[in-house]
Design a protein around this ligand. Structure first.
Ligand SMILES: Nc1ncnc2c1ncn2[C@@H]1O[C@H](COP(=O)(O)OP(=O)(O)O)[C@@H](O)[C@H]1O
Ligand SMILES: [Mg+2]
Length: 252
């Protein structure tokens, strides 16, 4: 057991290079612990617009799922590697490992992710900043696509390329689910009429669970932690828990 754990840690440290090693190590551990090989669900956070909140929501969603007992792997499909940086800062700051984070910014994502999902309950993909082969590849692997958007009509319209891509993917993958997630709503406000109208025009809905603009989210990346680790019962932590529940209900 210790040996396989050590291999998982080694695979995680190797980041980009070793998803295969990670898979083998985790298979061995699952076998020892008697866990069944059930394919997990693949959740992709996608929006070609940088700064929408893909990495913030991916790391927090993965964290909440892991803390509530699920086996989670996060795939960093952004060549900039922000989620990998988050994981590294976490280790540097002496925080425990919550889930494996691997760099997989490659067009082979759609082949790798389902394989990794055999050894996890959830695979969360932190998407790339552009609509490109990588985003298409993520769409081929995903059970659910979440599109984080800031609550402005402009930001909703700016996601139109991703919306088109999802519509295309659904032609041959009708089971693919998709939803907007409002991120960075200003605390104490409701989202404006224009943004709501822009969302109403879209082919899929926005989740009721919204995430507010909060300092604790902005601080979390640099500190390699989650909002709930800064303050377990804070409003940010409650929002992430509600978002996670909504996601689990969709995928049930
Ligand atoms: N809900 C939020 N509250 C405060 N800051 C946020 C929130 N969501 C994202 N941010 C900040 O906005 C910036 C971009 O977010 P990020 O998750 O990296 O977006 P993306 O991955 O889509 O480029 C980061 O500095 C992050 O800390
Ligand atoms: Mg990012």
């Amino acid at each position: 057991m210790e040996f396989t754990r050590a291999r998982i840690e080694a695979a995680q440290k190797a980041g980009n290079a070793m998803p295969e090693a990670f898979r083998r190590a985790q298979t061995a551990e699952n076998r020892l612990s008697g866990r069944q090989d059930q394919p997990g669900k693949v959740i992709a956070l996608l929006n070609q617009k940088g700064g929408a909140g893909k990495t913030t929501l991916a790391t927090h969603l993965a964290g909440e799922l892991a803390m509530t007992g699920s086996r989670v792997t996060l795939l960093d499909a952004d060549p900039q590697g922000s989620a990998l940086d988050w994981a590294q800062r976490r280790l540097q700051n002496g925080r425990g490992r919550l889930y494996g984070v691997f760099g997989l910014a490659r067009d082979s994502l759609h082949q790798e992710a389902p394989q990794i999902a055999l050894e996890a309950d959830y695979v969360v993909i932190d998407g790339p900043p552009r609509v490109a082969a990588l985003a298409r590849s993520a769409l081929l692997a995903a059970d659910l696509v979440l599109i984080p958007v800031q609550p402005s009509a402009y930001d909703v319209w700016a996601s139109h390329e991703m919306v088109t891509l999802i519509a295309e993917a659904r032609v041959f993958r009708p089971q693919l689910r998709a939803a907007f997630v409002i991120n960075r709503r200003v605390v104490g406000t409701v989202i404006g009429r224009e943004a709501r109208a822009a969302l109403a025009d879209q082919p899929f809905a926005a989740l009721h669970a919204e995430v507010s603009q909060r300092i604790v989210f902005a601080d979390s990346v640099a500190a390699g932690r989650l909002a709930c680790e800064a303050s377990p019962k804070c409003a940010a932590a409650r929002e992430i828990a509600a978002l996670t529940q909504a996601v689990q209900e969709i995928l049930r």
